[in-house]
Design a protein around this ligand. Structure first.
Ligand code: FES
Length: 173
C-alpha cells in the first residue's frame, strides 16, 4: 500500500505531496531535530553562560558619591550616612546601600565602613562611650576604626574620600 504523507518537511522544503522516500525523510528529520537541539542548546548557553559569567567577568567600576557637606560634619565625631550606588546586574538595575561613618578632621574626612570585620554586623557610634560598637558580639572600635576590644580581627575598612571645590564630601565606593 502506498501512503501519501504531508509532513513538516514537505512544508519546509516545498516538497510536493507524494511518496515519501523513507531514507531521505529519516535523514531530513534527524537533521531537523539536530538543528532544533543545537538552536535550543545555543540559546540556553548564551542565557545561562551570560548570567553565570558576566558578573564575574564584569569589571566593577568605582564611583564617587556625594556624602554631605564638610561644614555640616562635627569635628572628630563619626557621622553615619547612607550612600546609594545604582548599578546594572545582568538585566536588572540594582541599588546597593552602604552605611558609612564620616569622620572630619580639620579640612579632611575619613570614611569608615560600618560593617564589623568579625561577622559583618553593622556598628553604631556611641556618643556616651565615644566608640563604635558592634551589637552582635560586643566588638568595639575607636573613631579611626581601630579595634579596641572584642573579637573583630581587623580595623574597619576605609573608603577613599575627597572634598570638592564646593565643599561637598565625596566618597569612592
Ligand atoms: S559581628 Fe561584630 S563583634 Fe561579632
Amino acid at each position: 500500500m502506498d501512503w501519501t504523507v504531508e509532513t513538516l518537511a514537505d512544508k519546509v522544503v516545498g516538497k510536493p505531496r507524494g511518496r515519501v522516500d523513507e531514507g531521505s525523510w529519516e535523514l531530513f528529520s534527524d537533521s531537523l531535530i539536530a538543528a532544533v537541539q543545537a538552536a535550543i542548546g545555543g540559546t540556553l548557553g548564551v542565557v545561562v553562560g551570560g548570567a553565570v559569567l558576566s558578573p564575574g567577568l564584569a569589571r566593577r567600576e568605582s564611583s564617587w558619591l556625594p556624602a554631605g557637606r564638610l561644614t555640616d560634619l562635627p569635628i572628630n565625631q563619626p557621622t553615619p550616612v547612607m550612600l546609594r550606588l545604582e548599578r546594572q546586574d545582568g538585566y536588572q538595575r540594582v541599588i546597593d546601600r552602604h552605611a558609612v561613618f564620616l569622620v572630619r578632621s580639620g579640612e579632611s574626612v575619613t570614611a569608615l565602613d560600618s560593617t564589623c570585620t568579625h561577622l559583618g554586623c553593622r556598628v553604631s557610634w556611641s556618643s556616651e562611650t565615644q566608640e563604635l560598637r558592634c551589637p552582635c558580639h560586643g566588638g568595639t572600635y575607636d573613631r579611626t576604626g581601630a579595634v579596641t576590644s572584642g573579637p573583630p580581627p581587623e580595623p574597619l575598612a576605609r573608603f577613599a574620600t575627597r572634598v570638592d571645590k564646593d565643599g561637598r564630601v565625596m566618597v569612592q565606593l
